[in-house]
Design a protein around this ligand. Sequence first.
Ligand code: SF4
Ligand code: SF4
Length: 292
Amino acid sequence: MTDKIAGPALADWIRDFIAGQVATSPENSLADGSGERAFDQPLVGFSAGDDPLYQEYRRHIGDFFWTPAQAHALAFPDDPAPASELTVISWILPQTQATKDENAGQNIYCSRRWAAVRLFGEKFNALLRRELAQALCDRGVPACAPMLLPQWKMEISPAYNFASTWSERHAAHTAGLGTFGLCDGLITPLGKAMRVGSVIVRARLEPTARPYADHHAYCLFFSHGTCGKCIPRCPVGALSEKGHDKNKCSRHVRVAGKEHNQREFGLEIEGCGLCQVAVPCASHIPAPEEGL
Ligand code: SF4
Ligand code: SF4
C-alpha cells in the first residue's frame, strides 16, 4: 500500500485524474490523424454503494443486475466489502460540437465522426476505466470497473428487453448526473450526446446530490407533455410516444449501422445516435420552451 488518500482529498484526486486524462491522453482521439479529440471535458459524480436505487434497479431489471457490492465481490473475491464501504464513481464524456453537428446532418446512418467516437472514443473510455481503477489500487484503495469484469454480459430483462449485468447510465443517474429521456438516453447537464463510464471504489465519498426526484425529470415529454422531437429523428420508427422499441433500434444500430460503418468508413463498429442530436436535449437540460 502506498500513498493512500482519504475523504474529500480522494474525491478531488479522482476528479482531477479523470479531467486530466480527458485533457491530455493521446487516446482521447478520433484516430484519424487530425489530432481532434473524441470528447470534451467531463462531468463526474459519486453515488453511495448502499444507495437504495441499486436494489431498486435489481428489482425492476432482473436478478442478474449487479449491486455495487456484488460487482466489487466479483473483482475481489477474497476480500468482499459491505455496500456501505463502497462508492460508485461515474463520469459523462460529452461529444464535441463538431461530432454533434456532423451527426445532426444525417438522416439514416451515423456520420464518420460519430462512428469514430463509438469505436476509438469508447476505447479511450475503457482505458479510462482501467487506468482509474489501477491508479486507485496502486494507492491502496481497491477499485474495479464493472464493465471490464469478465463476468459482465448482456442479458434479457423480463420488463425491459435488452439489458446487462451493470448499467453505466443507471449508475450515472444514481450519482445525480442525469435522468432518462423518451428515447432511453440519459439527459445530463451536458446533454445526452455523450458516453458514460464508472468505477467502484472501496472508500466512502460524499455522494453527489440528485437534483431530481423522478427518473424522467429532464425529458420535456414526461415533465411537460411536449417535445417528442427525438421521435421523427429515428429512421426506423423505433421511437414513439410509447417510448423506445429496443428490437427495432438494435436491428438498425447493430446490423444495418454496423454494415454501413464498415462499408463507408472502414470502421468495424455499430452505431446510429440520430436521436441524440438535433434535439433540445442534445447538449443541455432542455428548457420548457424548447419543447414547443
Ligand atoms: S428530444 Fe424531447 S422528448 Fe426526446 S428525450 Fe429529449 S427532451 Fe425528451
Ligand atoms: S439510436 Fe435507435 S432509437 Fe435512436 S435514432 Fe438510432 S435507431 Fe432510432
